[in-house]
Design a protein around this ligand. Structure first.
Ligand code: NDP
Ligand code: DGY
Length: 331
């Protein structure tokens, strides 16, 4: 390919040099001086200045109609460094015939691991307990119930969205001697083994809320799931229930969650995802002992992130050499 015919790729985040080198062989890259967070305006101005043929971005970057329109007819493909795609205006892509590459599967295990970490950290009050060590509160109570948490044994687990990650979370919870797993979603799943048929039960969202000791959100964010966890939902949960969200912050109405945690409507919550991200340090949720918040690190292990980057690179290289992408979103 001569330099005049090389496609132009805009990358909105930083990544290890080997991936940049692979892309440089084919693309003219715009990826220098990328700040920790590119604002919408900064993205628009870079797109207007360089008119990319493709954009590589992460789940934190909103690719809306304005950005897609600014890129214009030259834009041929979008590549997201994520399995979630709620940050992309899918309808606009469909209208313009712009295919989207994404990264399902390779982050399933690590995100499920993180969900278990968050569930245990929340149910065993880990951040609260660690703070007592630092501030001298350790040893100030003679009560045998000091710093006690909620047990998993014999519990009913509710999983909203038994997709790849939801199922991987369920598998990791089985050795904790849980009693049963309720799940909700758009359709019932098929299980082969008798033990799975006994363990898993497809229920309506309301039943899941009523019955579960631990409620885990693992579904996609879309029109139906936005603010699915609102005041009404919290009122249907057990007062002793623990909510875990590793999916997207927009599924939970955070004001209603704050009230539910503050008023003892539910016992505790563990969030890997919030609105906005990053969560402002003065956000009311951060004042609560019974709310554990992680900075969206579900897929943050070195192996998974390398695999995700490799899929992004392969999606881009394949598409621009006329081959099928490794993972193209079906829209
Ligand atoms: P999948 O596509 O395998 O699963 C998505 C699930 O969402 C499906 O089980 C689907 O249910 C469910 N769902 C969709 N619509 C609804 C609805 N209206 N009500 C209830 N459930 C619904 O995706 P993954 O498991 O790979 O990923 C799930 C999500 O996790 C991603 O979309 C992303 O937002 C988030 N994520 C977060 C990470 C983090 O770092 N915290 C890392 C990776 C992913 P059904 O099967 O019944 O249709
Ligand atoms: C995803 O892939 O959707 C995650 O949220 C980003 O790691």
């Amino acid at each position: 390919m001569t330099s005049t015919t090389r496609p132009h790729l805009f990358i909105t985040f930083q990544m290890p040099s080997q991936f940049i080198h692979s892309l440089e062989r084919v693309f003219d890259l715009d990826y220098q001086d990328i700040p920790a967070r590119l604002s919408h305006e900064q993205i628009l101005s870079r797109i207007r200045a360089h008119t990319p043929d493709a954009i590589l971005f992460s789940g934190g970057t909103k690719i809306d109609k304005e950005i897609i329109s600014a890129a214009g007819d030259k834009l041929k493909m979008l590549a997201t460094f994520s399995v979630g795609y709620n940050h992309i205006d899918i309808k606009e892509c469909e209208k313009r015939g712009i295919p989207i590459g994404y990264t399902p599967g390779v982050l399933t295990d690590t995100t499920a691991d993180l969900a278990i970490t968050l569930l245990l950290a929340t149910s065993r009050r880990i951040t609260e307990a660690m703070r007592t060590v630092r501030n001298g509160e350790w040893g100030t109570s003679s009560n045998i119930m000091w710093m006690c948490g909620k047990p998993l044994i014999n519990s009913t687990i509710g999983i909203v969205g038994l997709g790849r990650i939801g199922l991987a979370i369920a598998r990791r919870l089985q050795p904790f001697s849980i009693q049963r797993i309720l799940y909700s979603g758009t359709r019932e799943k098929h299980f082969d083994s008798d033990s799975d048929k006994k363990l898993f039960k497809f229920v309506q969202f309301e039943e899941l809320l009523h019955e579960s000791d631990f409620v885990i959100i693992a579904c996609a964010l879309n029109e139906e799931t936005t603010n699915m966890f609102n005041k009404k939902a919290f009122e249907q949960m057990k007062n002793d229930a623990i909510l875990i969200n590793i999916s997207r912050g927009g599924i939970v109405d955070q004001d209603a969650l704050y009230d539910a945690l503050k008023n003892g409507q539910i016992r505790a919550a563990g969030l890997d995802v919030t609105v906005p991200e990053p969560l402002p340090t003065d956000h009311p949720l951060l004042t609560l002992e019974n709310c554990t918040i992680f900075p969206h690190i579900g897929s943050a292990d070195e192996y998974a992130r390398h695999q995700m980057a490799q899929i992004c690179v392969d999606n881009l290289l394949n598409f621009f050499s006329g081959k099928p992408m490794v993972h193209q979103l079906k829209i």
